[in-house]
Design a protein around this ligand. Structure first.
Ligand code: ADE
Length: 260
């Protein structure tokens, strides 16, 4: 996937993208990431990138011309069909389904990281395809949000994760939260690894993990569970039975309420 990230702070992006799975995806070429800085498109001698809002009030907006030129140049370099996304708290919520769709269908992506109080509404209306938010809180700029998008998409591109890191098992890939995980030692100050995980019975382990995923989702994110229950492709009698088992154990006090 080719990505142009429009930002006033390209160094921040470069520093953050050299590590781990994302660093590898960039090194191997599954992601080609370039930063365009609106400051490079500013034509006055101070290379101004902010401007005052009509109507007054505190704060500045990103200056229109340098931003519009950055977007136009990004589309020229990528393709005229590149998808243009502006990161802002007003956007549609980013979730794993949006990430999956993007990884599967978008070849060229332009991400715009806003600064100051944001960007002119007419840029949004005329040059931007979608506005995405990474959550109901306000960051001081869109860079970290854009990095979240790049990271979440990169790991789903073919060949980026090895078999042992497969994304299928992730939280949200099946619409559910992930199950708990354990590693050595077998006992940490009296807290033991669940017996089933030591049993070698792969079928029982798989069943236990699905039950924990369902139970955790029920406890922590009932909204996600409702969505899964309403999708015939994601809900079946086995899941209903496992959830009922978890709920019965939970009500009987057999499941540690604080750790769930
Ligand atoms: N820019 C500032 N806050 C943001 C958020 N929550 N999501 C996306 N972009 C942002």
């Amino acid at each position: 996937m080719n990505i142009v990230l429009i930002t006033l702070f390209p160094e921040l992006i470069q520093q953050a993208t050299g590590f781990g799975v994302l660093g590898r995806a960039i090194k191997q070429g599954q992601i080609k990431l370039h930063c365009f800085n609106p400051r490079d498109y500013a034509e006055d001698k101070h290379r101004t990138v902010d401007d005052r809002p009509y109507g007054g009030g505190p704060g500045m907006l990103m200056k229109v011309e340098p931003l519009a030129k950055s977007i136009a140049n990004a589309k020229e370099v990528l393709s005229s069909t590149a998808k243009v996304v502006y990161l802002s708290p007003q956007g549609m919520p980013l979730n794993q389904q949006r990430v999956i769709n993007t990884a599967a269908t978008v070849a060229d992506l332009v991400l715009i990281a806003g600064r100051y109080e944001g960007i002119d509404e007419r840029i949004i209306a005329s040059l931007i395809d979608e506005e995405w938010s990474i959550g109901d809180y306000v960051l001081s700029g869109g860079e970290f949000a854009a990095l979240v998008v790049v990271d979440a998409v990169a790991r789903l591109l073919p060949g980026v994760l090895g078999d042992d890191e497969s994304a299928i098992q992730d939280s949200f890939m099946q619409g559910l939260l992930d199950c708990p995980h354990y590693t050595r030692p077998e006992n940490i100050t009296g807290l033991a690894v669940p017996d089933v995980l030591l049993s070698g019975d792969h079928k029982a382990i798989k069943r236990w993990r699905l039950k924990q995923s369902l139970g955790r989702t029920w406890l922590r994110r009932p909204d996600l569970l409702d969505t899964v229950k309403n999708k015939p492709s994601q809900w079946d009698a086995e899941k209903a039975d496992l959830l009922a088992e978890f709920q019965a154990e939970y009500e009987a006090g057999k499941i540690n309420k604080s750790s769930n």
